[in-house]
Each structure stands twice: as C-alpha cells, then as structure tokens.
Design a protein around this ligand. Structure first.
Ligand code: ADP
Ligand code: MG
Length: 248
C-alpha cells in the first residue's frame, strides 16, 4: 500500500520566490486497485508521482510504502519496488527480447532467454505475442511499444506501478485496449497502480478510484463512475465540461 500524508512540494523559482506545487495531499492507494489522478495541465500530477519513486522528495509530509517511510529507503532499491512508465515509450536499439533483458543486465544478472518463465510471464501479462520477441523494438507501433515498456517495468516484479500519461501518444483503440490490459495486470499481480492522466476516457476505463487535482490540491475524490457521473464540486464540473486538451 502506498500512503501519502499531508504531502507538500515547494519549488524555488529562479527569482528566489517559492512556488507551491503540491499542498496537503493525502491519499492511500491499495493493491489490486487502480488509482487515477486527473487534473488540468500544470496541476502537479507529474510532480506527485515523481515523489512516489523519489525522483523528487516532498518538502513536507510523508510517503510510505507498506508502512515504511520512503525517505529512508535508498532510491535505487525503491525504484525496483516502484516502477515508472512514462508517456513516450523508450525503446533501446535491438529486439523486444533484448529490451526486456535490460533490467537484468543493469543488475549484473543473467538475462532470461525467450522461453523463460520471466519473459513468458510478462509478455502474457501485456498481451504481446511471443513472435514479437525477435522484432526490432523501434519498428513497433506506439501501442506495441507501450506494451513492451510496460512488460519491461513488470519483469522486475514491482509492487507499485506508476504511469504518467501512458496513452498520450496512442490513438483511441490503443488507449482502450491498454486500459483493459492494465485492469487485468492489476488483478493478476495484486499491484498498486497509480495512473496520472488528463485523459478522462483512460481514467474511466482503467481506474477504480479517482482523485481530481487542481493547483496542487485534491479538490475531489471517490469512485470513478460516481465522480464522473455526479461531480460534487464546481471545479470538477468545469473540468468535465471542458477537459484539458493541451497535451493531446
Ligand atoms: P502536470 O503533470 O499536472 O501537468 P506538473 O507536475 O508537471 O503538472 O507541474 C506542476 C507545476 O510545477 C507547474 O506549474 C509547472 O510549471 C511546475 N514545474 C514542473 N516541473 C518544473 C521544473 N522542472 N522547474 C520549474 N517548475 C516546474
Ligand atoms: Mg504531467
């Protein structure tokens, strides 16, 4: 379980004055659940998930993973437990298989071959065909590359998967299909999944619990379908009427 308690993040502007990026953010994200974090561009979504794998550290408050304050955990060890998938899939030159073997090379471990349990497990989780393993990773479609990206994150058995705008480079069918796959993965692996997105369609299809962020603060949270059907705050009503399209 990932727990944030009263998390704040302040950034110093070049002029010296302080900008409050996140303010008093508290929530819990549980295993086998997908938490969606939505909000307009600049509301602090990316900053928030960067704090969860210590790409940045909060200015105030605490973040814990299964009860342990993550500020006491070595960032490299933490990132094995807390994997991050970014907007644009990054493919190393070489085959899909060699991309999946990368995390093992970094740790001086023997890379698992194509038929190994590790490789079979992740390509089945992300629904890629085994024939893909010998393909040049950079020649795949955007949706396929995002699946390889996801498989590479899952091969190290993380406990938490953070995704930052994972579908912004994908078309609608690929987005819907990734949402379904994420739901399957979440159930099968009992992972904590947190998805940051301005894409309401992805949030609606993938998430169980939704958090609406604006100007670094949680404005509203609850079950996805209730929140999208009956928003309680004017802020969320406005966002739903005119969602942020800037990054699309
Ligand atoms: P979102 O992901 O919701 O679009 P971000 O977390 O990227 O929002 O950004 C939140 C705020 O922090 C914005 O006002 C943005 O301008 C500012 N910000 C983000 N990254 C940096 C940075 N590296 N330096 C200065 N300000 C930043
Ligand atoms: Mg962002």
């Amino acid at each position: 379980m990932v727990q944030l308690e009263n998390v704040g993040f302040v950034r110093k502007r070049p002029g010296g004055e302080q900008a409050v990026i996140l303010d008093g953010v508290s929530f819990c994200a549980c295993p086998s659940n997908i938490t969606g974090i939505v909000g307009p561009s600049g509301s602090g979504k990316s900053t928030l998930i960067r704090l969860i794998n210590r790409l940045d550290d909060p200015s105030t408050g605490t973040i814990s993973l299964n009860g342990d304050d993550i500020s006491t955990v070595d960032p490299l060890l933490l990132r094995r437990k807390v994997a991050m998938v970014l907007q644009k899939p990054f493919m190393f030159e070489g085959t899909v298989l060699s991309n999946l073997q990368r995390p093992f090379l970094y740790r001086n471990l023997l890379p698992p071959p194509a038929g190994s349990d590790e490789v079979v497990r992740v390509i089945s989780l992300v629904r890629l065909s085994p024939d893909m393993l010998e393909r040049e990773a950079r020649s795949l479609s955007g949706g396929e590359q995002q699946r390889v990206n996801l498989a590479r994150a899952l091969i190290s058995h993380p406990e938490v998967l953070l995704l930052d705008e994972p579908t912004s480079a994908l078309d609608r069918p690929a987005t819907d299909s990734l949402a379904t796959t994420l739901r399957e993965i979440c159930c099968r692996e009992q992972l904590v999944i947190i998805i940051v997105t301005h894409d309401l369609r992805l949030a609606e299809r993938a998430a169980d619990y939704l958090i609406y962020l604006e100007q670094g603060m949680i404005i509203e949270e609850g079950g996805v379908s209730e929140m999208l059907a009956v928003p309680r705050t004017v802020a969320l009503q406005r966002f739903l009427a005119k969602p942020d399209k800037e990054e699309e």
